[in-house]
Each structure stands twice: as C-alpha cells, then as structure tokens.
Design a protein around this ligand. Sequence first.
Ligand code: GLU
Length: 468
Amino acid sequence: MTVCTRFAPSPTGYLHIGGARTALYSWLYARQQKGRFILRIEDTDRERSTDEAIDAIFQGMKWLGLEADAQPVFQTQRFDRYREVADQLLAEGHAYRCYCTKERLEALREARIKMKRKPRYDGHCRDRDDHPSDAPFVVRFRNPLEGEVVVSDLIRGPVTFQNEELDDLIIARSDGTPTYNFTVVVDDWDMHVTHVIRGDDHLNNTPRQMNILQALGATPPIYAHVPMILGEDGKRLSKRHGAVSVLQYRDEGYMPEALLNYLVRLGWSHGDQEVFHCDELIELFDLKQVSRSAAVFNPKKLLWLNEVHIKESAPAKVAEQLQWHFDSLGIDASAGPSLVDLVIAQRERAKTLKEMAESSRFFYEEFEKYDAKAARKNLTDAAWPALTALREALAALDDNGWASDERLHETVEKAAERLALGFGKLAQPLRVAVTGGSVSPSINVTLRLLGKTKVLARLDRAIASIAS
Ligand code: GLU
C-alpha cells in the first residue's frame, strides 16, 4: 500500500497557520513513508471561494516548500464525477430522493428544538416509492439506523459514534450540486488517500464520511485529527492574536524553515530538541506522537526560531529568501555585494530577513542623508583630519588588500595609531561616513563588502559635508 495524504483547503480566506500545520504534517508523513502528497482545492462553495485565496494557498505552499506530487485538484472540475457516484448510490439503494419542502423541514426543525432535541431529518422520504416527476428533490445518503462507527484516530485513539445520532445527510442539493461531506468522500476514494490528517473540527464529519465510503465498498482511510491552535488567551487563534496568515510571515521576514520548525513543534516533540531542519523532520516526525491537546501559539518563540534559522541555515538558502525582500523593497541586489556574502556578514544581527534587507540598503544604494544623531556625534570637525588621513591610507590599499578583512582592519588600526586615536574613535566616524548610520557589520567587513570605489566616494562626501 502506497501511503497517500492530502491537504484539502477551502479557498475562502488566506492560508492560515493552522492549515499550514496540517499541510505540514500530511506532507511530512507522505515524505517519510515514501508516499504521495496531494493538494486539493475544495472550492465547491462558489460564493465564498476566491481566486485570491487560491493564489495565496499556492504561494504559501510553494514558499513553505510543501510541494505536491501531482497537479492540484479542483473540486469544481469534478462535478460530473460526483453526480456519477451519487447516481450509483441511488441505483444501489444507498441513497434516496427526498422531496420534503423547505417548509416541512423548517417545521420539523422547530418541533425538535421545542422538544429540546437536536434538529435532524426524520427519514420521511427514506422509504417512499412514489416519484413526483416535476417536484424538486435533494439526494440523501441512507445512513444505517443502528450500530456504531468507530473512528480509530491515530492521534485521539478510538472515538465511537452511534449511527442513530447521524441523520441522512444530503449529498446532492436540489440544483444537483454536491455537498461538502460527499465531495470529500468521493475524492479521498478516487485519489486512493490512505491517511486523512486534518483539523479536529472535522471529527464529527468523519463517521458520516466513513459510512458513505463503506456503502461504496471502499475501505475508509486512516484518520488523524489534529487539535486546534489557541492564542495565548486560550481562545481559538485568530487575527486578534496577530499574524495568522502564512504569507504575512513571509512578508514580515520569516524563513520558511523557521515557520515549519515552529509549526511542527506545536503539538509534537522529540525529547527536548527545539531546532529542527526539514530533512531531520522527515526522519523523526511521528504522527502517533502528536499531542491530543490544543497547542498555544507563542510568537516570541517563533521569532527566536527565525533568528536561529537565519544564523544556522546555509547562506545560499537564506540569500534566496532575502532576494524576495530586496525585490519587494525595490533594492537592486546586483548593485552591491553578493547576497550570500551579505548574509554571512549580517546573519548574527538580524531577527528577520526584512530587517536584514532594510539595514543592508546602504551596500546597494547611496543613502540620502546621514542619520542625524550619528552624524552630529561622529562627523565633527575633529573627525575631518582623521577621515582625510584614513582616506589616503585606504586609497593606497591594493585589490588584494580590499579583499582581506585582516588587511582592512590593519589599515584602520594603523591609521588610528598614527592619529593617536583609539580604534573605535576612528572606526565609528568611518562607519557613519560609509553607511550613513551607526549600525553595520564590523568595519572591515563593511568596507570589504562596499568595495573601494564606494568607500572612497562616501569618504569624500563625508569629508566635504564636515567642511561645508
Ligand atoms: N476543506 C476543509 C477545510 O478547509 C478540509 C476538509 C478535509 O481535510 O477533509 O477545512
């Protein structure tokens, strides 16, 4: 049996992190079992589904690296198939046409509520054999009246439902369109899904889906219902708690690996290990060990993991993400040091990639003006002779010297000695002169990455600005 999992979002909003976590668990399980992972867009609710949401799902999944093994499936393209299976169930007596009017159903509902009982269909048309030819009808599944359904959930253990609690579900509406629980069943069956990993808000749907699968002669998949994610106040995670959309995390400068690492740990652990890289997760992740209780989202921990992943990931990987932020901030990455070199220089100091990109702009573009406070303190009359002398020393340095952090350091150090200044007393005005502000990687690295031409031109500008 080849394992097949799927992520089946309804494109009615952004891809939120709860969805991303079930997608991740499904993807990890498929990869670990050398199986297949499918992306299925559950877009049958045409009023609430939008193209923007579909696009956000694709972009989010791509950014997270949760690639599917086949083209995405759209439920709206499978209506013929759902009709065919509904007809099959009708022909085999597992489903029936229900002609009950809205008014009758409404009256039934009210009567049951008055009796303080759960509203449910009373099976009025279940055994009816007249077929009023022009009356509208829905198709209902003939749910077994007795017995029980046991969901052997991988995370929660066995959960038992009584059939008498489940009413005859509508599988096709009067306009012929299929309903949610039915499309899921047909798709999971047709796509040979072996493991359904989804949010536990779907647990109540599971016995109904299993009954339909059984009626079709199919073996139900194995289910794993993942508990909810809560905000720090114990309420279900929502926008009130901050960013909940995957793409918002991208925009704010998170590494996809950091978000994946955070999400996997929300509800799963491996000893006391906190930092995981993707390959390692594929090996270690264990669906059976996912916690049964809801997890609490902690943005500070996610930010901490982001810093760790920025520092520890291969610079080329970080650079790839950083390029996106350069593009979105309109910084031309070809106008300065390679992004890999930049990442190596900046990775110790950045909490997010957005911050890294913003604080690196001066490597690529001329800054407009000096940071006022830094300039007041450092670009003083007293700094003028020092910067002038330093310019001369740096101008005399050859290309090999400009490629060497040590020689650049030595050049600044020697100039400081000659000027009888402490290293910092010279390095800081130099930093303000070449970066426009008071924060940058170590001065030798800053000089090397900027390169001789930019450094000398900016020193000229600083010297002139002091003189004016
Ligand atoms: N489309 C459902 C949702 O977005 C998921 C259904 C499923 O995984 O079975 O909540």
